[in-house]
Write a protein that binds this ligand. Structure first.
Ligand SMILES: Cc1ncc(CO)c(N)n1
Length: 230
C-alpha cells in the first residue's frame, strides 16, 4: 500500500489556519482514509449489500452537497471563484450523477429505493450540517465543510495505486482522484485560507469554523462505519 500521508497532496502554509484545523483532527482523518470500506473498495471485495447501502446513502449526501456548491456560487466574494464553483457543478451533473445512476443499475437498485430512502443517522446529521452551512449564507462556513469532504476523499482515493476491475468500484475511486480533482481541492483550500477570519477581530467565528470542521471529520468516519453497523 502506498499511503501518501495525511493531506500531503495539497499545499498549505504551515502556520496558517487550515494547517491548524488539519492538525486538530489528524487521528480521525487517518482512521477515515484507512477505513475498512476504503480497503475493501480498492480490493474490489466490498460486500454487494454494503456497496448498495453506501451509494444509496451517499446519493442523499450528494443532494445537499450540490446545494452547498450552489450557495458558493451565490456567496463567494469574487467572480473567479463563482465561475470555479459553477464549473464544478457542471462536472458533478455530468460525471458523478451518471456514475450514481449507472451504479444503481449495475447493483439492481430501483429509483423507488434510491430516491427517498430512510436516512441513516450519519447521513441525516451530515445533511443537517451542510444545510446549515447553506442557510448561514457564509462563504467560510460553506468552505470548511467542502474542504473536509473533498480533501478527505482525495486522500483516500490517492492512497493506493492499483484500482479494482468493476466499474462500480473503480468509478468511485476515479471520481476522487486525478490532476483535475486535486486542482479542485487545492482551490478550496486556498479559498478557505484566504477568507478565514483572523483571531483578533473574529475569535468566535474562527471557533465556530473549527467546530464545524471537527464535526465534519467525525461525520466522515461515522458515514463509513454506518455501512457495517447492521
Ligand atoms: C460522505 C461523503 N463525503 C465526501 C464525499 C465527497 O465529496 C462524498 N461523496 N460523500
Amino acid at each position: 500500500m502506498t499511503t501518501t500521508g495525511i493531506g500531503a497532496l495539497i499545499e498549505v502554509s504551515a502556520d496558517g489556519s487550515v494547517s491548524a484545523l488539519m492538525r486538530s483532527t489528524s487521528e480521525q482523518w487517518a482512521a477515515a482514509i484507512n477505513h475498512r470500506f476504503v480497503r475493501e473498495l480498492f480490493a474490489g471485495t466490498v460486500d454487494e449489500a454494503v456497496m448498495r447501502d453506501y451509494l444509496v446513502q451517499d446519493y442523499q449526501f450528494f443532494e445537499s452537497f450540490l446545494s452547498m456548491l450552489g450557495a458558493c456560487v451565490a456567496h463567494a466574494d469574487e467572480l473567479d471563484a463563482k465561475l470555479r464553483f459553477a464549473r464544478q457543478l457542471g462536472m458533478l451533473v455530468a460525471d458523478e450523477d451518471t456514475y450514481f445512476v449507472d451504479s444503481f443499475v449495475e447493483l439492481g437498485v430501483d429509483p423507488s429505493d434510491y430516491l427517498r430512502p430512510e436516512l441513516a443517522a450519519p447521513t441525516a446529521r451530515f445533511r443537517d450540517l451542510m444545510d446549515s452551512a447553506v442557510d448561514s449564507a457564509s462563504y467560510p462556513q460553506l468552505l470548511v465543510v467542502l474542504v473536509v469532504a473533498e480533501w478527505l476523499y482525495l486522500d483516500w482515493a490517492e492512497s493506493q495505486e492499483e484500482v479494482p476491475q468493476r466499474d462500480v468500484h473503480r468509478g468511485w475511486i476515479d471520481l476522487h482522484r486525478s490532476e483535475t480533482f486535486r486542482g479542485w481541492v487545492q482551490f478550496l483550500v486556498y479559498e478557505l485560507e484566504r477568507v478565514f477570519p483572523t483571531e483578533n477581530d473574529h475569535g468566535s467565528e474562527a471557533e465556530d469554523l473549527a467546530r464545524t470542521w471537527r464535526r465534519a471529520v467525525d461525520l466522515e468516519c461515522a458515514f463509513f462505519d454506518n455501512v457495517y453497523d447492521d
